[in-house]
Ligand binder design. Structure first.
Ligand code: F6R
Length: 357
């Protein structure tokens, strides 16, 4: 039930700090260390390559999962849009492992791939919010998201739950290989939960940003580099699906290779700046669009902020920044949709689970 909330989406956004804590708890063993069934860790260690298969928001979580599995566990990963993989299978290595990411566990495009790779005899792991769902029943292994039911069509808490579970999977695999990831993930996820809480407590600021940048615009661009690029893709999807504003996410350096032609006086460009190594280059990209009349909204992180930034996120570990930086994307999209009188929980043309190919 949505209780006192006007929409499920807002309730589900607010639930994210609690979901983070629930996930930490669910994946902690008796000694409080993160743990995952040994068969799953063995399957990852056996693989020479991981293929992540997903759609929509879950695909965007997969892009971040790739970073975790490669950077922490040192396993090469490819991320695929499920509906493409089915018809255009890449050349597979000797021992691939397939990870299906799906909130519902019912997405037909992903299931089609699962059926195919099972025929080929490859192992599979489903990461899903729904125990007993089709993708969970049919895969060899399952990891649950513990996000609680997600009712709003636009996915919010499932995305952050997917990223958190992927970080745990990567960290536990790294540990099994004797790799030191250099930080305490339980502690850092706790800091993230507090960072998310701080963001969801800033609804007035988020509403103001939506009003300042999005109340009348026809389109909007999201730019970022590294982790921020992937979050920008998700920000654009959130905004377009519930507010119907045409929105696109770009790697900071890519906009000038064509799309900058669309920048007009007042075009909103939402730029994420949470990654130290690329802070100067993303700010350079902001200057490029601002010089063409764009209305830039910079969302940075403590330690990297500059005067004039629209929002400064609390400091969290750089790899985990998507868990915090996506919160303003969700809330700004929510308020933009409200201002435009859109049906936030049930956007036009969309279904919660896409069980047709
Ligand atoms: C976007 C959204 C969709 C789903 C996609 C995959 O907010 O909800 O893009 O992420 O349809 O669904 P699942 O994760 O259930 O496989």
């Amino acid at each position: 039930e949505k209780g006192t909330y006007p929409h499920y989406m807002l309730k589900e956004i607010d639930e994210q700090p609690a979901v983070m804590r629930k996930i930490i708890q669910a994946y902690q063993g008796a000694d409080e260390k993160l743990t995952i069934q040994p068969e799953i860790i063995e399957a990852l260690n056996d693989a020479d390559r991981i293929h992540i298969i997903a759609a929509g928001t879950s695909y965007h979580a997969g892009l971040i999962g790739k970073e975790y599995l490669e950077k922490m566990a040192q396993i090469p990963v490819e991320v695929h849009v499920a509906s493409e993989f089915g018809y255009n299978m890449p050349l597979l290595s000797q021992k691939p492992l397939f990870i299906f990411i799906s909130q519902s566990g019912e997405t037909a495009d992903s299931r089609q791939v699962l059926v195919k790779i099972k025929e080929l005899g490859h192992p599979s792991l489903t990461i899903t919010n729904v125990a007993g769902s089709t993708l969970s029943r049919e895969a060899d292994y399952t990891l649950l998201l513990y996000a609680g039911p997600e009712i709003a069509v636009a996915s919010t808490k499932a995305y952050t739950a997917q990223i958190a579970v992927l970080s745990i999977l990567a960290a536990v695999t790294a540990q099994s290989k004797g790799i030191d990831i250099g930080f305490d993930l339980v502690q850092e996820l706790g800091i993230v939960a507090n960072g998310i809480q701080a963001q969801v407590d800033m609804k007035e600021e988020m509403e103001q940003i939506a009003r300042d940048f999005l109340s009348t615009t026809r389109n909007c661009f999201f730019i970022g580099r590294v982790m921020d690029y992937f979050v920008g893709l998700e920000g654009a999807l959130k905004l377009k699906e519930i507010s119907y504003i045409q929105a696109e996410g770009f790697a900071g350096g890519e906009l000038k290779h064509g799309t900058i032609a669309l920048i007009e006086e007042g075009t909103p460009v939402i730029a994420l700046a949470t990654q130290e190594a690329v802070n100067l280059s993303i700010r350079g990209n902001v200057k490029e669009v601002a010089a063409r009349g764009a209305h830039p909204c910079i969302i940075s992180m403590e330690g990297l902020q500059e005067e004039g930034d629209s929002l400064v996120l609390p400091k969290v570990h750089e790899l985990l920044s998507p868990l915090v930086s996506v919160i303003p994307m969700q809330l700004i999209s929510y308020y933009a949709a409200l201002h435009r009188d859109c049906d936030v929980d049930k956007p036009r043309n969309l279904a919660k689970s896409v069980t047709v190919e």
